[in-house]
Design a protein around this ligand. Structure first.
Ligand code: SF4
Length: 210
């Protein structure tokens, strides 16, 4: 699958913004339930307000933060989630301290933050801390089930473990594969799939059943 997706879309080179690890973490929260283009607007606002650091975010009223990230949607909820993330980040001593932690410990800590679920936490682990953790999302379930790679019935953790056991541990592969799956899910394997334009069509159970 990896090589077919790569042939179709080319290297993605994620994370989709060029900021540092903290900006990746902020983006991982803001991208919940919204398109990346909206996240970019919210991050732009934070840059303009010189508010892209944990101390500044914690120091401003939550209503002000909510207004800055308004383009990302669910902005009141996300303002609270961002502040939770920042409290943990500052309390743990910042990025240099956190990066010294074992991946399992870091993952457990991230998942204990209110508003950070497995997909957000694994985005942070893979794209901010460069840990060999595969990020599963709705595109992954759809693509893997349609192609017949997996049967329905997998949950987040079992699908993550399934991919990691076959392809990992490999940060570069996990980084690129997740990005390619998102791209493919956006552009080709959509709810109404464009199978005629898909490099996977001759290997895909869904297409062959049509
Ligand atoms: S052939 Fe169709 S259903 Fe299968 S992966 Fe491609 S777009 Fe999706």
């Amino acid at each position: 699958m990896f090589s077919w997706l790569l042939r179709q879309h080319g290297p993605q080179g994620w994370w989709p913004c060029q900021g540092g690890p903290f900006e990746v973490m902020v983006g991982a929260v803001l991208t919940q339930n919204t398109a990346w283009v909206n996240v970019e607007k919210a991050i732009h606002n934070l840059h303009q307000a010189e508010a892209l650091d944990a101390g500044t975010i914690l120091g401003m009223p939550e209503t002000r933060l909510a207004q800055l990230i308004r383009p990302s949607g669910y902005y009141n909820i996300k303002a609270g989630r961002l502040r939770n993330l920042c409290r943990w980040y500052v309390g743990a001593g910042g990025f240099e301290r956190l990066r010294q932690q074992d991946t399992g410990v870091l993952r457990r800590e991230l998942l204990s933050i209110k508003g950070v679920g497995p997909e957000t936490g694994d985005d942070i682990l893979l794209y901010a801390f460069h840990r060999p953790v595969f990020v599963v999302d709705a595109y992954t379930f759809r693509l893997f089930e349609r192609t017949g790679l997996i049967d329905s019935g997998h949950d987040y953790e079992s699908l993550r473990a399934w991919v990691e056991s076959r392809l990992g541990p490999d940060v570069k592969t996990f980084n690129e594969l997740h990005a390619l799956i998102v791209r493919h899910g956006n552009r080709v394997c959509r709810p109404r799939p464009l199978c005629d334009d898909c490099e996977l069509r001759s290997h895909c159970r869904y297409n062959q059943a049509d």
